[in-house]
Design a protein around this ligand. Structure first.
Ligand code: FAD
Length: 303
C-alpha cells in the first residue's frame, strides 16, 4: 500500500476496534493490523461490561466490534506488526507480506499476563471453567464466598489478596518461588486472615470441583486460582521509536492519549490504567477524536 492511510491502528482488541469504529465514522481511512492473541479473547464470559446483563464472551464481543468497524469501511489485516519506523512526518509499518504507510498510528497492543507453569491446553480449560482467573476487579464477584488462592510473592500479589478479602474470607497466598514474603507484607496479610503458603506453586491439575496444585504444604485444592505474576507490556514498537514509557514499560500519554512522539497515540492496557474493557474503550474514543482533530489541524476535514 503506497498511499498513506489517515491512521493505522495496531492491535484489534477492545481499544483498537473502538478507535477504528470512531475513525471510520469520522470519514478517515483506517486499517487495523492485529496479531490476534489479546487478553479480551481469553475472557470466557464477562459480567461487568455494561450493556450485557447476561454476560458476553470476549470472542463474541470482538466479533461484533469487528463487524461494526468493517461496516463503516475499516480494513482489518490479521498480521502482527513486526516493525514501525518514521516515514517523513508519518509512519511505515511492516508485517509478514504487508507494508503500510500512515499519517498517524494508534498503538493498542495490550499486555500479556505471565502464566503459572502449566500446558496451554490446561490453561485454556481452567480459564474457560473459571478455575483460573486473572482479574479480581473483573470477576471477584464470581468467587464470593469461595476458597481462593493468589499466586505470587510481591506487593502486587499481596494487594490482590487484600482486594479478594472483600469477597471471601478464604484467601490463600501461594508463593511462586522458594523465597519468603517480605515481613511487612506477611504481617499485613496475616492480619487480614490470609493464609500464606510456601511455594513454588506447580503441578496444576483440574479436579471435578476446583484446581489443585502442589506447594511446600503439599497438594492443595482451590475453587479458583488467581496468578499475580505480573505482565509483559507490548510497548516495544513505541520504545523503538523513542517514546517515553513508565518504569513498568507502559506507554506514557497525555490526556488526549498522545505519546511523546508526534502523531503516535496509545490506548488500552498498553497504557497504564485499570486494565478493563471499559477503560480501554474510553481511552480509544479519546485517542480517535484527538487523531481526527490533530489531522484536521493541518488538513481541514471538509466535505
Ligand atoms: C482471563 C481474563 C478475563 C478478563 N475479564 C475481564 C472482564 O470481565 N471485564 C473487563 O473489563 N476486563 C476483563 N479483562 C481485561 C481485558 O481483557 C483487557 O483490559 C482488555 O482486553 C484490554 O483491551 P486492549 O485492546 O488494550 O488489549 P487486548 O485485548 O489485549 O488486545 C490487544 C491486541 O493487540 C494485538 N497485538 C499486540 N501486539 C501486536 C503487534 N505487534 N501487531 C499487531 N497486533 C498486535 C494482540 O494480538 C491483541 O489482539 C480480562 C482479562 C483476562 C486475561
Amino acid at each position: 500500500m503506497s498511499h498513506p492511510l489517515d491512521c493505522l491502528v495496531i492491535g484489534g482488541g477492545p481499544a483498537g476496534l473502538t478507535a477504528a469504529i470512531y475513525l471510520a465514522r469520522f470519514h478517515l481511512g483506517v486499517t487495523v493490523m492485529d496479531a490476534g492473541h489479546g487478553r479480551a479473547l481469553q475472557i470466557p464470559c464477562t459480567h461487568n461490561h455494561a450493556g450485557f446483563p447476561e454476560g458476553i464472551s470476549g470472542r463474541e464481543l470482538l466479533s461484533r466490534m469487528r463487524s461494526q468497524a468493517i461496516q463503516y469501511g475499516t480494513w482489518i489485516v490479521d498480521r502482527r506488526v513486526e516493525a514501525l519506523t518514521r516515514d517523513g512526518s508519518g509512519f511505515a509499518a511492516h508485517g509478514q507480506d504487508v507494508d503500510i504507510k500512515a499519517h498517524s498510528v494508534l498503538l493498542a497492543t495490550g499486555v500479556t499476563n505471565r502464566r503459572p507453569p502449566m500446558t496451554d491446553a490446561l490453561h485454556a480449560e481452567a480459564l474457560s471453567l473459571g478455575r483460573l482467573r486473572y482479574c479480581p476487579v473483573c470477576d471477584g464477584y464470581e468467587v464470593t464466598g469461595q476458597d481462593v488462592a493468589v499466586i505470587g510473592s510481591d506487593a502486587g500479589a499481596a494487594n490482590e489478596c487484600e482486594f479478594l478479602r472483600s469477597y471471601t474470607a478464604r484467601v490463600s497466598l501461594v508463593l511462586d518461588g522458594t523465597d519468603g514474603l517480605a515481613a511487612p507484607l506477611a504481617e499485613r496479610l496475616t492480619g487480614l486472615g490470609v493464609r500464606i503458603i510456601g511455594g513454588p506453586a506447580q503441578e496444576f491439575a483440574l479436579e471435578e470441583d476446583g484446581l489443585s496444585l502442589s506447594s511446600a504444604a503439599g497438594r492443595l485444592r482451590f475453587d479458583a486460582v488467581y496468578p499475580a505474576l505480573g505482565s509483559v507490556v507490548h510497548s516495544g514498537l513505541a520504545t523503538a521509536l523513542g517514546a517515553d514509557v513508565t518504569e513498568d514499560g507502559c506507554v506514557q500519554v497525555d490526556r488526549h492519549q498522545r505519546t511523546s512522539i508526534m502523531r503516535l497515540y496509545a490506548a488500552g492496557d498498553v497504557v497504564i490504567g485499570l486494565d478493563q474493557i471499559s477503560h480501554a474503550m474510553g481511552q480509544a474514543g479519546v485517542a480517535a477524536t484527538a487523531i481526527r482533530n490533530d489531522l484536521a489541524a493541518c488538513r481541514p476535514q471538509l466535505r
